[in-house]
Design a protein around this ligand. Structure first.
Ligand SMILES: [Zn+2]
Length: 277
């Protein structure tokens, strides 16, 4: 979405926050950053190109990384950022971080953070703070979100072009939400059937040809939306093309869901037959 280094660091920052205890896809999770081994595990899961020194992990660094995590979490929970308090936290992290121009891992020149020292926590802080700074100055902090899944407080970084990511990768948050939405649509459909109303036209949504790359057809926006408005837009598709895209996705999911239900019903029948034998 941005550049490879920034994207990678933002993912690492979200992963860091998600090592905290909390609900992950309706399952309680323990703090995953309480031992040096766990810190090493977290670091080993990073792309080697990030060059976060795994060998630097020790008890002292663990405590400092936990402190970094807490600060990043504070910034994340304040997103979309529109006040100075989270920016102040970010500036604390940026203290002592320098800047130089270097080639990124894709070969392009860009501003690269120079950490205050070679200590693990300083290296991590410099890249995480710089990546978040990138979002703040571009008014893109609405991309720092919390999963929309029920009973889930995992954070996510949305690096999609059309800001469409809503769920984490921890469990089945997206699937559970789709099942709920499917049931709701089925119920609404039955209701509209009995009253004779057409849901699509009643909602003012013209039914469009399905399968076109609707996302690319969005009309140019004249007024720049605020970060909060951007976040709100994620929930409700505004343009016709976005509505069409959403309808298309919903229909695909419904078809998939119907297939699954039929399949499990068939299996149930089969199992019953078997039981009888
Ligand atoms: Zn989730």
């Amino acid at each position: 979405m941005f550049d490879v280094d920034t994207d990678r660091t933002l993912v690492a920052a979200a992963d860091l926050v998600n090592t905290s205890d909390g609900l992950r896809s309706a399952t309680p999770g323990l703090d995953q950053l309480t031992t040096v081994t766990q810190l090493k595990e977290y670091l080993s899961a990073r792309d080697p190109a990030m060059q976060w020194p795994v060998s630097g992990a020790d008890r002292t660094q663990l405590e400092k990384v936990r402190d970094l995590r807490e600060k990043v979490q504070r910034i994340w929970s304040a997103a979309p950022i529109e006040s100075d308090a989270p920016v102040q936290v970010l500036n604390e992290l940026l203290t002592g971080v320098g800047l130089r121009v270097a080639r990124g891992s894709d070969g392009d020149y860009r501003a690269e953070p120079v950490p205050a020292s070679k200590e693990l926590v300083d290296v991590m802080t410099a890249s995480v703070a710089t990546a978040i700074q990138h979002l703040v100055v571009r008014d893109e902090t609405a991309r720092m979100r919390t999963c929309k899944g029920e009973g889930c407080d995992a954070v996510i970084i949305d690096l999609t072009r059309n800001r469409s990511r809503l769920f984490c990768d921890f469990g089945n948050c997206a699937n559970r939400a789709h099942v709920r939405a499917y049931r709701a649509r089925q119920a609404a459909h039955r209701k509209s059937f009995s009253t004779g109303a057409d849901t699509a036209s009643a909602a003012g949504h013209p039914v469009r040809h399905v399968g076109s790359h609707a996302d690319t057809l969005e009309s140019p926006r004249l007024v720049k939306p605020s970060a909060a408005e951007k976040a709100a837009q994620i929930e409700v598709p505004t343009s016709q093309s976005a509505v069409a895209a959403k309808e298309f996705r919903d229909r695909m999911r419904d078809e998939l869901m119907e297939k699954r239900e039929k399949k499990s019903a068939k299996k149930l029948k089969k199992d019953k037959k078997k039981a009888k034998k």
